[in-house]
Ligand binder design. Structure first.
Ligand code: NDP
Length: 308
């Protein structure tokens, strides 16, 4: 019987742990942690993500504000805005919702965020701290994966971990975090030769690719732990038939689309010893880790760390 790794439960635990830390900050620093979210343009998915982030912040007693500059704002204009947020003492975390409109230099903007307020963990300084094993703000999604594994008592030390995907947001920091847990890590990408064979060496397989149900039975070693980071919307009927069982196909027919990860759900459930469902696996962790990073940034900036 394989184990479903319940991301919603881990999310709730992490959020519950933030509560007393927010309270302590109130008592000791005289203010809540503060999060500024910068949203440029009207990408509907981004709007939903930002609403979910600020709603969660508010539920936890974290002050948040959403800044929506004119969509025509230039890179220089956005850099100025970030500098203002960097200088505001009551703001502990700055999150620039991606993607930014094409005319804006995304890398320049992310580089401008003060590393101690970089709650997304994307700044090269925070990446460097991660790579060199020093404390710092970690990227939320891969940090959430580590929490899922730890809180389900899945050992990482000495195990072969294969990460498919090498993005700065997920794949690379995921590999570094697994390495920090003493896993033996292999990183794969679109140029990897015989990907299925490499994946079959994994005790822990993490898929962060962005391709609907690409990882099928021949990529999964029976008994492996499989973490599916992918979030893909399936709209094609033939593709849906390849991926979903009868019950899910019925839901697909009704809605016209359905969310799926990068791993074939049926193959994963059949072969893995433990696995994250989509939805309900990795997804819920990203916002919880953002909240945890905001609290941590506030603790560091105010000198109110739990053991201080
Ligand atoms: P990117 O597109 O930035 O990176 C995708 C990676 O997958 C690249 O490294 C790419 O390789 C690799 N890749 C693409 N095609 C193949 C292939 N055929 N074989 C092997 N490797 C391949 O995506 P992200 O890292 O941002 O996101 C990955 C997935 O995770 C997406 O589905 C995204 O929606 C999801 N996601 C989920 C989050 C959550 O909260 N659950 C948060 C963030 C992302 P190469 O570098 O060679 O091009």
């Amino acid at each position: 019987m394989s184990q479903i790794l319940d991301g919603n439960r881990v999310r709730d635990l992490i959020k519950a742990e933030c509560g007393p830390r927010v309270q302590r900050l109130h008592e000791r620093a005289g203010r809540p942690p503060g999060l500024a979210v910068v949203l440029v343009g009207s990408n509907p998915a981004s709007q939903v993500y930002v609403r979910n982030k600020t709603k969660t912040a508010s539920d936890l007693g974290i002050y948040s504000e959403t800044i929506t500059p004119d969509p025509a704002i230039t890179t220089e204009g956005l850099l100025k805005l970030i500098r203002v947020l960097n200088g505001r003492p009551e703001i502990d975390g700055i999150l620039v919702q991606l993607p930014l409109p094409g005319h804006i230099d995304e890398q320049a903007v992310l580089l401008e965020v003060a590393p101690e307020k970089d709650v997304d963990g994307f700044h090269p300084l925070n990446m460097g701290l991660l790579a060199t094993g020093r404390p710092g703000l970690r990227p939320c999604t891969p940090a959430g994966v580590i929490q899922i594994l730890k809180r389900h008592d899945i050992p990482m030390a000495g195990r072969n971990a294969v990460v498919v995907g090498r993005s700065t947001i997920v794949g690379k920091p995921m590999a570094l975090l697994l390495l920090a847990e003493n896993a033996t890590v292999t990183i794969c990408h679109s140029k990897t030769k015989d990907l299925a064979a490499v994946c079959r060496t994994a005790d822990i397989l993490v898929a962060a690719i962005g391709r609907a149900a690409m990882i099928t039975a021949d990529y999964i070693r029976p008994g492996a732990v499989v973490i599916d980071v992918g979030m893909n919307q399936v709209t094609d009927r033939a593709e849906a038939e390849r991926i979903f069982d009868a019950a899910k196909l019925e839901a697909f027919e009704k809605r016209g689309s359905l969310l799926v990860g990068d791993v074939h759900p049926g193959d994963m459930a059949r072969l893995a010893s433990a696995w994250t469902p989509v939805p309900g696996g990795v997804g819920p962790l990203t916002i919880a880790m953002l909240m945890q990073n905001t609290v941590e940034a506030a603790e560091r900036r105010t000198g109110c760390a739990p053991d201080a």
